[in-house]
Design a protein around this ligand. Structure first.
Ligand code: NAP
Length: 300
């Protein structure tokens, strides 16, 4: 059976560990050539070492696939551009960019430092924007040169922490909700070139999450295997997914779902008088849908 991504060229950011590593291995198993990006830092994003990316590259080569390592900090503008250029100079083109790199610096709002806020916003938001921008410029030029849709894919990484909201993660959740908006808007902008843009809110047991959610049981290990997350990323990366864009997929061993975005709920006639507002809000609140909890269902 031909691979789902035969001949496609993909970059996976944060591909040295966790979910990104699984994306790289499954993409390669399905015939893609892969640029494995990884900074090689510690869990809080400090330090750099190409080791994890090289290990994934070696695993892919050992199974007969093609891959190269890249050590860019994805939130660095010039390094992000060089990463896109590396894919094109090494493999002749770029079809897929998976923005997966991420760090955590959890803290309650009252205790969160400026540095913790800045680091998380930088890696997730600028680390999504910078590679996406440089890839989009490449795809637009290609589209103008050939006059044909480029059939390319941008796949971003969000989180239920952002789209539904998790206590202790105002920095991370704000970044992940920002990535959700970025996905919807860039999907609309890039459609004309033949680029789809989607996001995944994954759930997996990785270095990022191993300290959260209590003891690591066999059941948690199984449902937290990143192999449950990789298939939706690999399918989105393939040519089969051309009709799907601007969507948010939840994926883990427990759930595969499409998360639906904000919609206007109950309405009232606008007023210039703040004294009228209480009654109007009370009326709208009667039928307004509750926000979702971390399980995606209405909060009690
Ligand atoms: P992980 O095992 O810690 O992997 C994250 C990867 O991102 C690491 O390989 C890390 O590289 C890399 N990275 C961090 N900063 C980088 C930078 N500036 N430039 C390049 N690479 C960088 O975590 P994971 O659980 O697989 O997370 C992958 C993505 O899924 C993240 O965006 C995360 O927020 C999201 N997510 C995960 C879960 C979950 O349940 N695991 C839930 C929701 C969302 P080094 O560590 O080697 O530097």
């Amino acid at each position: 059976m031909a691979g789902l991504c035969e001949g496609r060229v993909a970059i996976v950011t944060g591909g040295g560990r966790g979910i990104g590593r699984e994306y790289c291995l499954m993409l390669a198993a399905e015939g893609a050539k892969v640029v494995v990006n990884d900074l090689g830092g510690a869990r809080d994003g400090v330090g750099a070492d190409l080791g994890p990316a090289d290990e994934v590259v070696n695993e892919i080569r050992a199974m007969g696939g093609e891959a190269v390592a890249n050590g860019a900090d994805v939130s660095d503008w010039d390094q992000a551009k060089a990463m896109i250029d590396q894919a094109v100079s090494t493999f002749g083109k770029l079809d897929v960019l998976i923005n997966n790199a991420g760090i955590l610096r959890d803290r309650m709002l009252v205790n969160m430092t400026e540095a913790e806020w800045d680091a998380v916003i930088k890696v997730h938001l600028k680390g999504t924007f910078a590679p996406a921008h440089h890839a989009a410029v490449y795809w637009r030029e290609l589209n103008k040169e050939t006059g044909a849709p480029v059939n390319a894919r941008l796949i971003n990484t969000s989180s239920v922490s952002g789209i539904y909201g998790n206590i202790g993660q105002t920095n991370y959740g704000a970044a992940k909700m920002g990535i959700a908006a970025f996905t919807i808007i860039s999907a609309r902008e890039l459609r004309r070139y033949g680029v789809t843009v989607n996001a995944i809110a994954p759930g997996a047991l990785t270095r990022l999450t191993e300290d959260l959610g209590g003891p690591i049981t066999e059941e948690r290990k199984e449902s937290g295997d990143p192999k449950w997350v990789a298939p939706i990323a690999v399918w989105l990366a393939s040519e089969e997914s051309a009709e799907v864009s601007g969507r948010m997929f939840e994926a883990s061993g427990n759930v595969l779902a499409i998360a639906e975005g904000w919609h206007r709920g109950p309405t009232a006639k606008p007023t210039k008088d703040p004294h009228e507002m209480g009654a109007k809000v009370a009326e709208m609140m009667k039928t307004a849908r509750k926000n979702a909890g971390m399980n995606g269902m209405d909060l009690d």
